[in-house]
Design a protein. Sequence first.
Length: 328
Amino acid sequence: DAVRKNIRHFEDQEAEYYIILSGDQLYRMDYRAMLNTHIASGAVLTIAAKTISRSEATGLGIIGADNEGIIKRFYEKPAPDYDISEYKIPEKLLKEHLNKERSEKNEYLASMGIYIFDAKVMHQLLDSNTATDFGKEIIPEVIKTSKVGVYLFDGFWEDIGTIKAFYETNLDLASVTPSFNFYDEDMPIYTHRRHLPATKVNFCNICCSLTSEGSIITNAYIVNSIIGVRTQIESGASLDGVYCMGASYYETSEEREANKRKGIPNIGIGKGTFIRKAIIDQNARIGEECRIGIDNIERPDGDFSNYSIRDGIIVIQKNAIIPDGTIL
């Protein structure tokens, strides 16, 4: 219900169109092209879509469009055994917009969760009902009464709304040839400017990894991992397939002395700790000689003290304290 709760902040701008975006996706798009398509079509709502296979359809909203790109039907997350053959993308539409032939890899259209509404229509929709879900409630209703168009997108797009997708998509960025290119001069993606010093690497072996600014890494082995800002990694640590989200501040010498008196680790990863297949949330304190995700033990999904497990991925929670010698 975020749109309904925040629309009041934009009402005095008298906008003609609203673009609705999701926050848990990775892609690069020129929204001007989608807006031009929306205006040219005369639709009151345009939905960005990508081509997918049948096996991918179960987790997405499926679009049924005609040859002209007008959406006639919409189905949210069909079960694997549900017949969606009538939703197959018309070959004419695929050829004209993406210059591709239809195959098993691209025979359906899935909503990307990116919408452009005529402003008046969106206000009417929000004022006339209490619906909160675009995919399940609002879009099917608009399709019944109004002209809804589709904008075909052919670039990289990934929904990272689950722990598994978030983990795999982020670690892919550290691969030799990542699926998504952050090094694009024509369409750069900017991060928050933090004015931090460069990362300091002392006697380390680092391969296929990304390191953000302001970190200090000493005598560590790091592979297939992402190291966030201000991460402190002590001597003898080993990280394999780890996403460290870093820290929001540096601890002072006084704070480190206080940690010693309290018997808690400093923020970061302690000496001799081995970690595999994990996400380390911000400001976590992981002690010395820990083994996280290393030993061959069963790890069922669940939420536990200071950590969670999803699809075999260990998530060390924000501000968590993991004592010396912990085995997870």
